[in-house]
Write a protein that binds this ligand. Structure first.
Ligand SMILES: [Zn+2]
Length: 237
């Protein structure tokens, strides 16, 4: 018998769900980067992706994009997709829903001006969002996208452990989360010192591991040419 809870989830997911994967999607994952554009990181990751014929969706911080418009254009010129991570890196759950709506709309518009292309997706900093935030964000014209597989490049771990933990759950269609920057005081947050990580090398090793499993990496836009966005209800402060 179907539980009332399951019926409610079924009805609410189209409206309140966040994208976490793409299906059906035989041989590919969706690769995403957060917290850039960052000089010295983003520009060193782009050639790694180009070498492998991989594309990605970059969830950018508008305060950084504003400082680095040329680097943002470089990301786009290389065939990648640009999406919104926020006007800065503060948790949206610290704002009222009407403020979240206003901030998201303003940041989306500014990012579209900087990028010269439309922006469809939003990833809340830390993946934290309330139900009211999802509604406010969607009313602002962007769809929340979270992830299934995070590569632990925000934590101090050896790369082998990052790869094992991060790709443990990843399979065809998974949205994979990596970072081309580390948010700090300039982005409105204090998350301590940046962990030691050679980001281009970790990207390269991640693509190797995916290739071992017969999986290629694509931006969300490219991934959606092969399947639909899988949504799940996922909230948290
Ligand atoms: Zn972030």
């Amino acid at each position: 018998m179907t539980s009332p809870r399951r019926v409610a989830a079924h009805l609410l997911t189209p409206l309140l769900g966040s994208g976490v994967a793409v299906a059906p999607h035989g041989d590919a994952v969706v690769l995403t980067f957060d917290d850039g554009p960052t000089p010295g990181e983003t520009d060193r990751i782009l050639p790694v992706l180009a070498d492998r014929g991989a594309t990605a969706t970059f969830f950018v911080l508008v305060n950084r994009a504003r400082r680095e418009p040329a680097l943002l254009r470089e990301v786009l010129a290389a065939g990648h997709e640009v999406a919104l991570h926020g006007p800065d890196h503060r948790r949206i759950t610290g704002f009222r829903a009407d403020q979240v709506g206003r901030r998201t709309r303003g940041a989306t518009r500014e990012l579209e001006d900087l990028a010269g292309v439309g922006v469809r997706w939003f990833r809340p900093p830390y993946g934290r969002q309330r139900m009211s935030d999802v509604l406010a964000v969607r009313a602002g014209g962007v769809v929340p996208v979270l992830w299934e597989a995070g590569m632990y490049d925000w934590a101090d771990l050896p790369d082998d452990e990052r790869l094992e933990k991060g790709l443990g759950e990843a399979g065809p269609g998974s949205v994979v989360l990596m970072h081309d920057g580390f948010a700090g005081p300039d982005d409105g947050v204090d998350d301590g010192p940046e962990p030691e990580v050679d980001r281009p090398l970790l990207v390269s090793r991640t693509l190797d591991r995916l290739a071992d499993r017969g999986l290629s990496a694509h931006s969300l836009r490219a991934g959606l040419t092969r399947g639909d966005l899988v949504k799940r209800l996922r909230f948290g402060r």
